[in-house]
Design a protein around this ligand. Sequence first.
Ligand SMILES: N[C@@H](CCC(=O)N[C@@H](CS)C(=O)NCC(=O)O)C(=O)O
Length: 234
Amino acid sequence: MAGGDGELKLLGMWASPFVTRAKLALHIKGLSYDYVEEDLGNKSELLLSSNPVHKAVPVLIHNGKPVCESQIVVQYIDEAFAGTGPSLLPADPYERAVARFWAAYIDGKLGTPWQQVFRVKTDEERAEAMKQTFAAVDALEGGLKECSKGKDFFGGDSVGYVDVVLGGLVSWVKATNVLVGAELFDAAKTPHLAAWMDRFCELDAAKAVLQDVDAVVEYAKAVQARAAAAAASN
Ligand SMILES: N[C@@H](CCC(=O)N[C@@H](CS)C(=O)NCC(=O)O)C(=O)O
């Protein structure tokens, strides 16, 4: 892997879908980097000083300078290493704007209710969160058609920015299917997204980087159990 453009260090946590985005982008660009696994219950001084605002992973440190927030990290990797590997963001400014729109949609409109599925306390709240999540998946099916123009990926013939942003979530999509008993990217309801996920998982970068789904399922169950125990003791 290339690494000639300075020192790259990624602060991460294995289960984080946001960290997975950064790993995917680095892999697709063919960049080598040092990976530091953080204990989010006992954050390192380096993490706290690199991301004092959010105190969250991922943080990419390039030649000593930290870049925070996964979508910004992916864009930074694409721009700072423009001459290395494939480009992620489209060259055309309008297409770039459309890609950024759908990337923002993924975290805002899809990610927000989806996270709630694991956090809410009642069955009614969970059903409402699932309803909103499925509505966002439906809209994203349209986003895939718009961005891909009928080709394999949001980026067209090859993976692009939105593919990396959504791709980071793939092991959590599969883990959600197991945990909730419903297919998030259902082949009957959202055939393009379902086919996209199968294709994405065949990429070398995905095989190298995506978390083991069973491990994510166990991790999610442990987080839920800790949250339930904390709520019961209050
Ligand atoms: N919007 C952020 C979200 C990052 C995030 O939520 N990271 C989690 C891990 S998945 C984290 O580090 N949380 C800090 C904590 O648990 O204290 C991004 O896209 O990078």
